[in-house]
Design a protein around this ligand. Structure first.
Ligand SMILES: Nc1ncnc2c1ncn2[C@@H]1O[C@H](COP(=O)(O)OP(=O)(O)OP(=O)(O)O)[C@@H](O)[C@H]1O
Ligand SMILES: [Mg+2]
Length: 360
């Protein structure tokens, strides 16, 4: 059992579980230079990387974190005239810039569009250039890579950097850790572009049952109790840690049922679009998806055009040869539609209350 209370997560709790993923990271980093962590929304990809890296830090180990979400958020606020100051951002950007500069200095052929990853001051370069080579490990984290504006340019950069890290001994102390949504991995060619460059992909999915329960209990205890029972959270979002807070806050503000309804509407909209793209009826598509979730058919049997839409719309994600729902709620609603003959239209129109949800 893993529960580390010397670390504080974004939920202000201890860090739970992930023994398997941490082991994979540990083993992977013995040989891999570029690691991509992917998985459904709010599964804990960023927290896992931060946790891992924070454990490794020391006098000769540094990490720089480039957070694409923060960058985009900053731009948004600035466009509204709100000034945003992040203490660590310029340092992170400069450090990343410096590392890319080292690669440039090596005359690696890189179609680098530096604007996608870096900009800004140059003074720190000289210091960093010597510092980086004297360190035993340097972690460069690109968090939320799917939020970078120019995806194509980013993937090209990543391919070039991964190739350089894999091939140049001078750079062997640098490790690139990228977190990204599952949809970004399956709807771009990133997987094949990185193949062969000492790369490793690690899936980050739900927490296990025991740890999820412990996390829920600690989270609720710290807040004087939760009004949403654990089984309701699991019925809506499975055991994705980020949804503990999300669901609880909705429930507290009396918005849980409307949240469920909006999710069902989103499911219906995506299903309609997917069935049109595939040229199959809505019911048939729902049946195939239920079978795919249960593992009785492979992902491609659902229909590739339909899947593309459903992945793009964050309804499902691919995992090996199987398909999984982004939210447990989607699987429950589709099962209800298939088994009880309730149409997705009527479900989306009336929604369901929390009690009904548990019966699904
Ligand atoms: N192992 C864990 N133990 C405790 N809390 C966790 C754990 N993993 C994630 N969390 C918490 O769950 C929430 C979601 O995690 P995180 O933001 O890392 O997910 P993500 O997969 O990066 O999400 P996104 O897809 O939005 O980038 C955060 O508040 C985080 O603190
Ligand atoms: Mg994240």
């Amino acid at each position: 059992m893993l529960r580390d209370c010397s670390y504080v997560t974004g939920l202000s709790t201890c860090f739970y579980d992930r023994a398997g993923e941490l082991g994979e990271l540990e083993r992977g980093l013995r040989w891999a230079h570029t690691i991509v962590l992917y998985g459904p929304r709010s599964s804990g990809k960023s927290e896992l990387v931060r946790y891992y890296v924070s454990r490794r830090l020391g006098s000769d180990v540094i990490a720089v974190v480039f957070d694409a979400r923060r960058k985009r958020g900053t731009k948004f606020f600035e466009s509204l005239g709100v000034e945003v100051v992040h203490l660590d951002e310029s340092v992170a950007l400069r450090a990343l810039d410096a590392i890319l500069k080292i690669l440039e200095g090596l005359r690696v052929h890189m179609p680098l569009d530096l604007r996608t990853l870096t900009h800004g001051a140059r003074e720190l370069y000289k210091v960093l250039l010597s510092v980086v080579s004297s360190l035993s490990e340097v972690y460069v984290v690109v968090d939320e890579a799917h939020l970078l504006e120019e995806r194509g340019a980013f993937i090209r950069d990543l391919e070039a950097v991964a190739g350089a890290l894999a091939k140049y001994r001078e750079l062997s102390n640098i490790r690139l850790l990228v977190t990204s949504s599952e949809g970004f991995i399956s709807t771009t060619d990133i997987y094949s572009r990185l193949r062969g460059y000492s790369e490793k992909f690690i899936a980050v999915e739900e927490l296990d049952e025991e740890h999820f329960k412990m996390l829920y209990e600690e989270y609720c205890l710290k807040r004087g109790g939760c009004i949403t029972p654990l089984n309701i959270i699991e019925a809506i979002a499975g055991r994705l840690p980020g949804y503990i807070a999300e669901v609880e806050w909705r429930a507290r503000s009396g918005e849980l049922e409307s949240f469920i309804k909006v999710e069902l509407e989103k499911l219906l909209g995506a299903m309609v679009e997917a069935s049109l793209a595939e040229g199959v009826g809505l019911e048939q598509l729902a049946r195939k998806l239920v079978m795919a979730f249960e593992g009785s058919i492979r992902y491609y049997e659902v229909g590739l055009r339909a899947l593309e839409v459903l992945i793009e719309r964050n309804i499902v994600y691919e995992r090996g040869l199987t398909v999984k729902p982004q939210l447990a709620l989607y699987a429950r609603a589709l099962k209800l539609a298939v088994e009880k003959g309730v149409t997705l239209y009527s479900l989306a129109e009336r929604g369901f209350d929390v009690g009904e949800l548990l019966e699904l």
